[in-house]
Design a binder for this molecule. Structure first.
Ligand code: AVJ
Length: 326
């Protein structure tokens, strides 16, 4: 690929399977049992998530996309970033809405996608470089919860992106850790952080988004057991587990769980482990925290950031928050 592309890897397949083994052992020997949601996204899981984003009930992706389309020209003119760092960049589909709005502005922009999947990063970089003449890509193959300190110093005004309400998957301590590292990425008072936040709303709307009538989210949820079976040579029967997703009002989060229909004895051969999952138990697979302007301001301020702009869609379903160094 051209000089306009560089990639630096801080994790590889071996690392990831080791981390998976550790995460599975910790999660499935704890009470309640749990598995980290990052293991949803093998090839099948990534496709199922793409399907979820097209579901009528799952409003998040299209609501954020419409907001981005509306705001991008003003944001790119106002912020005119030279350096765009994106956490969990994936296929960079969302980023394109910002880059399209930059066409016509002068000068080069450096894009730093941070993603664990080297192939996804490389493929999206090739397409981006072909489509945007002003773009240079300096990829960071790594986990945004561990490797943000490896993000190179900015080459100009910086915009850090964290879209899709993926920040909602982090529990408060992990979220605070990440936000303080984002704070460190912002070097001057002109740098900004743009984060997508799904908002607290009618419980029926929230629960429908995670319990779609066609059962795609249920399949997406169960697929994590296939990832574990492959990763640690286990013998889970995903079909013996029921999908459960509900809104925990007190914690302002959707919780996704897997519930066994009957007691399941599971061998995790690579871990030398045998576990039992009884029907009174669940395996907690994901938390999706929901935000208000107040909770967003507090979490940003706690990390040394300041809420600078707050943009919501007409239904007040989703927000794009722009934060500045505090
Ligand atoms: C991609 C993490 C934002 O939390 O809504 C979709 C993942 N889980 N349906 C979310 C998800 C169940 C999604 N994020």
């Amino acid at each position: 690929m051209t000089m306009r592309y560089r990639a630096y890897a801080y994790t590889d397949e071996a690392d990831r399977s080791l981390t998976l083994a550790e995460d599975v052992r910790r999660g499935l020997t704890a009470s309640p049992k749990s598995l980290p949601p990052k293991y949803f996204y093998d090839a099948i899981g990534a496709r199922l998530f793409e399907d979820i984003t097209r579901l009528a009930e799952y409003y998040l992706t299209r609501t954020e996309a419409a907001l981005l389309d509306k705001l991008a020209p003003g944001l790119m003119r106002e912020l005119a970033p030279r350096d765009i760092v994106e956490l969990g960049a994936g296929s960079a589909a969302k980023t394109r809405r910002l880059l399209d709005a930059r066409n016509g502005l002068r000068g080069t922009v450096r894009y730093v996608p941070v993603d664990v999947d080297a192939l996804t990063v490389q493929a999206s970089a090739a397409r981006l470089i072909a489509d945007y003449r002003f773009l240079q890509v300096r990829a960071l193959v790594g986990d945004f919860e561990q490797h943000l300190p490896h993000v190179p110093p900015p080459v100009g005004r910086r915009l850090v992106l964290f879209l899709g309400s993926t920040i909602g998957n982090l529990d408060p301590p992990a979220r605070h850790r990440l936000l303080t590292q984002v704070r460190d990425l912002l070097r001057t008072g002109d740098d900004r952080f743009l984060v997508g936040l799904d908002l607290v709303k009618d419980v029926k709307v929230l629960e429908a988004a995670y319990n779609d009538a066609s059962g795609v989210t249920a399949e997406f949820n169960r697929n994590i057991l296939e990832v574990v079976n492959r990763g640690v040579d286990a013998d889970f029967h995903p079909g013996a587990f029921r999908h459960l997703a509900f809104y925990n009002e007190g914690e302002a989060r959707i919780e996704m769980h897997l519930v066994p229909d009957s007691t399941q004895e599971v061998n995790l051969r690579r871990l030398g482990l045998r576990i039992r999952v009884s029907p009174e138990e669940t395996i907690w697979t994901e938390s999706c925290y929901k935000f208000t302007r107040g909770s967003a301001e507090t979490m940003l301020e706690d990390a040394g950031l300041r809420l600078d702009r707050w943009h919501v869609d007409p239904d007040r379903y989703f927000a794009l928050a722009v934060a500045a160094p505090g």
